[in-house]
Design a protein around this ligand. Structure first.
Ligand SMILES: NC(=O)c1ccc[n+]([C@@H]2O[C@H](COP(=O)([O-])OP(=O)(O)OC[C@H]3O[C@@H](n4cnc5c(N)ncnc54)[C@H](OP(=O)(O)O)[C@@H]3O)[C@@H](O)[C@H]2O)c1
Length: 343
């Protein structure tokens, strides 16, 4: 069994440079061997910064590179499907950025193509690797807060520049695609089920035509409810609002930094986080705070992916989980009145 996975980076933008590239560099079982960009200069700069020996001036050349074993797709959402399928056809494993595609139909095609070509496909939801999220699910499974009743979450940021991919309808941007998708993923993970129905309302930008603010309610089997707000409308780029409160019939959990370790993403700093446990007994209310040392969640993510691929083992959350998440995104957009995403 090979000891390291040879990665190729498809698209040398923000997340590749700030989060996943550094994650692969830290990993014990992976190396970046090549970078691919629309611009050879940009690919060269990325390759130089991350110790890769080759730089390709097109995505097709990166995929055709025989040394590349796994492709990290860090492209705008509307391009995930086509390039994942092309990578699968070339026999490469794929770690694809979230959300998996522009819609569930595309995500289904991606999962099928990867299955057909015998390669692994995983949606890059790095927060699922943070130990505090694992602990929240464990506490729920152990009955620490009783039967799960409701999740209330927020994941929002400031308005990006007008030409940012997140404000492009053609590139399948929008607040739900950028940030709200994390709230859906966590709710499905904690309820360990798919929602039966959704309700949603959104504000669409007049020029962007994407959802810049969206509120949704998901109803799970047994009456469980998840509600969240997601937006790109906070005051400025310094503002980032996130949190997930989980209500059970005997107590509640609170994860203030449930989705993104923003200080790590932006500045490379690992910061400790907490999981708060409240037992709301009226006579003797208790609060416990579990402290988690800072981790680099993108490092944990790529190391896990490489370990599974190298060992030929299945993923805990396979590509079909990403397809299921996309189905919920589709249902929310339908409900909120947006029917077209992507080219
Ligand atoms: N997991 C996370 O923590 C996280 C965080 C942020 C974003 N994301 C996801 O990562 C993906 C990329 O987001 P990002 O924030 O990194 O975006 P970004 O900085 O705009 O980078 C996207 C890259 O895609 C390539 N690209 C190809 N066609 C493009 C077009 N028409 N317009 C703009 N870029 C184009 C460019 O790479 P080249 O110029 O090199 O070809 C560009 O640098 C999205 O799916 C997003 O949802 C994930």
């Amino acid at each position: 069994m090979a000891e390291t996975l040879k990665w190729g980076i498809l698209g040398c933008g923000r997340v590749a440079r700030q989060a996943v590239g550094p994650g692969i560099q830290r990993s014990a079982n992976g190396n970046i061997v090549a970078a691919g960009s629309r611009s050879r200069e940009k690919a060269r700069a990325f390759a130089a910064d991350f110790g890769a020996s080759r730089a390709h001036g097109s995505y097709a050349d990166l995929i055709a590179d025989p040394e590349v074993e796994a492709v990290y797709v860090a492209l705008p959402n509307s391009m995930h499907c086509a390039w994942t399928i092309r990578a699968a056809e070339a026999g490469k494993h794929v770690l694809c950025e979230k959300p998996l595609a522009a819609n569930a139909g595309e995500a289904t095609q991606m999962a099928a193509a990867c299955r057909r070509h015998g390669v692994t496909l995983m949606e890059a939801f790095a927060h699922t690797f943070h130990p505090h999220n694992r602990m929240a699910r464990r506490l729920i499974e152990e009955g620490r807060i009783g039967r799960l009743q409701r999740i209330a979450a927020v994941h929002s940021g400031g308005r990006p520049p007008d030409d940012d991919v997140r404000l492009s309808a053609e590139l399948a941007g929008g607040a739900l695609m950028d940030k709200g998708c994390y709230c859906i993923n966590t709710a499905r993970y904690l309820f360990a089920a798919e929602p039966l129905s959704v309700y949603a309302t959104a504000e669409f930008g007049e020029t962007s035509r994407v959802d810049e603010r969206l509120v949704a309610t998901l109803e799970f089997p047994g009456g469980g409810i998840a509600q969240f707000e997601t937006s790109l409308t906070l005051a400025d780029n310094q503002q980032y609002s996130q949190g997930c409160e989980i209500f059970g019939e005997r107590g509640r959990l609170f994860l203030p930094y449930a989705y993104s370790q923003v200080a790590t993403y932006r500045f490379g700093r690992e910061v400790e986080t907490a999981l708060h446990i409240f037992q709301d007994d009226i006579e003797s209310p208790r609060e416990e705070k579990l402290i988690f040392d800072g981790v680099h969640q993108w490092h944990l993510q790529v190391e896990y992916f490489a370990a599974r691929v190298l060992a030929g083992l299945p993923l805990e959350l396979p590509a079909e989980d990403g397809v299921a998440n996309m189905r919920v995104i589709d249902a929310i957009y339908d409900r909120a009145g947006m029917r077209m995403r992507g080219a």
